[in-house]
Design a protein around this ligand. Structure first.
Ligand SMILES: NC(=O)C1=CN([C@@H]2O[C@H](COP(=O)(O)OP(=O)(O)OC[C@H]3O[C@@H](n4cnc5c(N)ncnc54)[C@H](O)[C@@H]3O)[C@@H](O)[C@H]2O)[C@@H](O)CC1
Ligand SMILES: Nc1ncnc2c1ncn2[C@@H]1O[C@H](COP(=O)(O)OP(=O)(O)O)[C@@H](O)[C@H]1O
Ligand SMILES: [K+]
Length: 481
């Protein structure tokens, strides 16, 4: 599991460990990991030109100590002091290693960049102690450094712990203010929410974790890895028969949108359960069975998938599905009718699968607000509706009513294609029917869906049906549990 901890959790774990280590040992560990990561990114050290942008806290200290390590190995290292103070031991180490230190850099006194520019700019302005936004001195220094470039184009940007200026705890970006965009972020001890949650995650670039040996509590935010998915995936036992594997029912699609029925069923019928039932108009049911001859009609199920392309039938589909007492995936058109299910205590377990626009309508806010504050709104909806909420997008979030959140890190922008969400609803419904609890069903389903899209796309375009077809191959490729 990839875990992201809060700043408070990180600080508590760090101070516990620091109490047991010689002074400065933890920062040296972080700086050594950072130095190695920069060296690897540059494909070597000797003769490389490195600029450190250094703030007033320990984040700057990490940058200075890593810079000293690179300078000792033959890099040409320069450090610009952006705050009123900086980490004196770090600066002394850099000077001793032959690096150049430029103090008192301000927005109006930015140094001339080295002739030929820099191969890499290391952002050590702020880490977990930073407030969102960049101060003018940092903004001006960054502009000058990036414009200086190299023969090969602009320098690479490596963020120390987090890109400066982002909101570390939420992944939000400061409104109207600037932040660093990194090619690589080297973080320490554990991930922080910004490394996983959009839009901040995109500002981190690739993320490299340096282990510090921290003793950490359970994380409020997680990202499943292939081994986790494999361990959670329901697999048929030797004694299995189709009913023990679970039966998923689909009430989706309509004469206006028969395709949504086909795609929801395609997701549900990708092999994760023993049987799929489809309930809808005769005409749509006929079309579904032509393409999926294994699908049967009405009967007992262990979960329902409702709403994709249900159009005017959405309320009725939801009422019927909700009266069974089994978990329900509520998608698309059905999301507007949650009140039909009565008070939260009377409802069956629900997985809501809105995209940002649908979640905005549910919460009566603007779509942009949801996109800007994804973690906040996913958690808010999960708590308000007492349901697991799968907020779909580039880094889909699965939020449980108890506050736990899982981020999906699989997927490809090629997945932004009509009907992909219908397939996802079917996959999540199948996993619920197979016995997973809602947060596991939502997060495992979303992980498999993203991985199937990446496999099917292979760098090129796909349609929604390709995702369902690729899903069995993703399951086959999982590591053994
Ligand atoms: N706490 C620890 O034990 C460890 C911390 N480490 C490093 O230390 C960092 C945290 O250090 P600090 O707590 O000193 O905090 P930071 O270095 O992240 O930032 C705090 C400083 O930045 C200034 N600042 C805040 N917001 C700003 C903004 N928007 N623009 C410009 N300046 C701003 C503050 O006035 C303060 O002086 C971590 O991110 C990590 O890089 C690592 O060395 C590992 C060990
Ligand atoms: N930029 C993106 N990168 C990766 N995945 C994306 C991106 N945009 C959308 N997706 C995924 O594509 C799917 C789209 O679903 P949805 O919005 O419900 O579309 P539809 O209603 O047409 O099926 C979701 O799984 C979502 O997470
Ligand atoms: K930083």
């Amino acid at each position: 599991m990839r875990c992201a901890h809060t700043v408070e959790q990180v600080r508590a774990a760090e101070s516990q460990l620091m109490a047991r280590l010689p002074e400065g040992a933890l920062m040296q560990r972080a700086a050594t990991g950072l130095g190695h990561a920069v060296a690897e990114l540059l494909g070597g050290v000797y003769g490389r030109r490195v600029l450190l942008l250094v703030g007033s806290g320990d984040n700057g200290g990490d940058a200075l100590l890593a810079g000293a390590m690179l300078a000792r190995r033959g890099a040409r290292v320069e450090a610009w002091q952006l705050g009123e103070r900086w980490h004196d031991d770090g600066a002394a180490a850099l000077r001793a290693a032959g690096g150049r230190c430029v103090t008192a850099v301000s927005a109006t006194a930015t140094p001339a960049p080295a002739a030929g520019g820099y191969d890499v700019v290391v952002d050590g302005v702020t880490g977990i102690g930073g407030r969102p936004g960049l101060r003018d001195a940092a903004r001006a220094a960054l502009d000058v450094a990036l414009a200086a470039g190299t023969a090969g184009g602009r320098p690479l940007v490596v963020a120390v712990d987090t890109p400066s200026g982002v909101d570390v705890e939420t992944g939000e970006l400061p409104e109207g203010a600037d932040h660093v965009r990194a090619d690589l972020t080297v973080t320490f001890g554990t991930h922080k929410p910004v490394h996983l949650v959009e839009p901040g995650a995109s500002a981190c670039g690739a993320v490299h974790l340096v282990d510090l040996g921290l003793d950490l509590p359970p994380a409020p935010l997680e990202a499943l890895q292939p081994g986790d998915v494999s361990a959670l995936l329901p697999r048929p036992s030797l004694e299995a028969h189709k009913y023990t594997r679970g039966v998923v029912g689909v009430r989706a699609g309509s004469t206006t949108y028969p395709g949504a029925a086909l795609l929801s069923v395609a997701g549900a019928a990708s092999g994760l359960v023993g049987m799929v039932r489809y309930v809808g108009s005769d005409a749509v049911a006929r079309t579904v069975r032509e393409q999926h001859p294994e699908v049967v009609g009405e009967g007992r199920v262990q979960s329902w998938v409702v709403g994709s392309g249900s159009g005017d039938d959405a309320a009725q589909h939801l009422r019927q599905a909700g009266s069974d007492g089994v978990p329900v995936v509520v998608d698309a058109d059905a999301l507007a009718h949650l009140e039909i299910l009565g008070a939260a205590e009377q409802r069956p377990p629900l997985v809501l699968t809105p995209h940002a626009g649908e979640l905005a309508r549910l919460l009566d806010v603007e779509r942009e607000q949801v996109e800007e504050r994804q973690l906040h709104h996913a958690r808010e909806a999960a708590a308000r509706f007492g349901a697991t909420v799968l907020l779909k997008g580039p880094h889909t979030l699965a939020a449980a009513p108890d506050g736990r959140v899982r981020v999906t890190t699989t997927g490809t922008p090629w997945l932004a294609t009509a009907g992909a969400g219908d397939v996802l609803g079917g996959v999540v419904g199948a996993l619920l029917a197979a016995g997973l609890e809602p947060l596991d069903a939502a997060s495992v389903g979303s992980w498999l869906h993203g991985a199937a899209a990446t496999l099917a796309a292979a760098g090129g375009p796909i349609v929604a049906g390709d995702v369902a077809r690729a899903l069995p191959a993703v399951v086959r490729g999982l590591p053994l549990a």
